[in-house]
Design a protein around this ligand. Structure first.
Ligand SMILES: [Zn+2]
Length: 267
């Protein structure tokens, strides 16, 4: 399996996710020490998304990129160089692991998710918070179990929306996750529908997945949840804007009608 991108490893993968290194990865690890890069993420100082740049301060080129060692990587916020995020890595027995991060993954994820708290409701919002906290500490199965439940309840919410509009979906309860996503495609984000085969893994029981597999899947499921919540938020905002515009148009139309029937336009 190829290594995830550096952006994923730094910003998405939970701590202690073991990444098996192949001989071909030696070049990739060397590039990390040479190439400049930038990534999009949440800055806890700015309290906003930002572009992070690499900081070359702690870089070095190891003799054996895949040999046992530990190293640090820093990235800094494009708005202010003192806003840094520090990552610690260990390579042991050809396995790469992120073993430390400050600010923590939870610190960087949770503020961003605040805006979805209302849509999720208190129970699911608390579960999402807990899932991120557990994953940030390398607890794979526990964090994944929460995410899966949130994902399934979100599908159930959207099923209700589809059925309220178009009538019952035949056989929904017996469907696999991919099929459920297809059945709900009119109300789910397009990217989720397009990648539904990836989410097929959610049909697997928790007992079928290892701790490490759960950690690798975690960011993918979290992204799916955020994608759904974000689309719902944007749609809701648009509906509210349209309703507000309609109200203003109605008011203007009424004023014009009154003016035409002899009243004063400004009254
Ligand atoms: Zn910043």
């Amino acid at each position: 399996m190829p290594l995830p991108s550096l952006s994923e490893i730094l910003l998405d993968l939970p701590l202690y996710t073991p990444l098996q290194l192949e001989t071909a990865d030696s070049g990739t690890l060397e590039e990390w020490g040479i190439d400049t890069f930038q990534l999009d993420g949440y800055c806890t100082h700015c309290e906003d998304r930002t572009i992070f740049y690499d900081s070359r301060l702690h870089r070095f080129r190891p003799e054996q990129p895949l040999g046992n060692r530990s190293f640090t990587m820093n990235i800094h916020c494009g708005r202010n160089k003192t806003h840094t995020v520090t990552f610690h890595f260990v390579i042991t027995k050809r396995t790469l692991m992120k073993v430390g991060q400050y600010p923590s993954h939870a610190d960087m994820s949770n503020p961003e998710l605040k805006k979805y708290r209302k849509a999720l409701g208190p129970e699911r919002a608390a579960e999402l918070h807990r899932a991120i906290g557990l994953a940030a500490n390398g607890v794979g199965i526990g964090s994944y179990a929460y995410l899966r439940r949130i994902f399934e309840t979100l599908l159930a919410d959207h099923r209700k929306a589809v059925e309220d509009a178009d009538g019952a979906i035949a056989g929904y309860d017996g469907m696999r996750i991919e099929e459920k996503i297809t059945a709900l495609k009119s109300v789910l984000p397009e990217a989720l529908v397009r990648n539904r085969s990836v989410y097929g893994i959610l049909s697997k029981g928790i007992h079928e997945l290892s701790e490490a597999e759960c950690l690798v899947i975690f960011p993918v499921v979290k992204d799916a949840i955020v994608m759904i919540l974000e689309q719902d938020r944007v749609n809701k905002e648009r509906r509210e804007q349209e309703a507000a515009l309609q109200k203003r148009l109605d008011a203007v139309a009424n004023q014009i009608k009154r003016a035409q029937s002899g009243g004063d336009l400004l009254n």
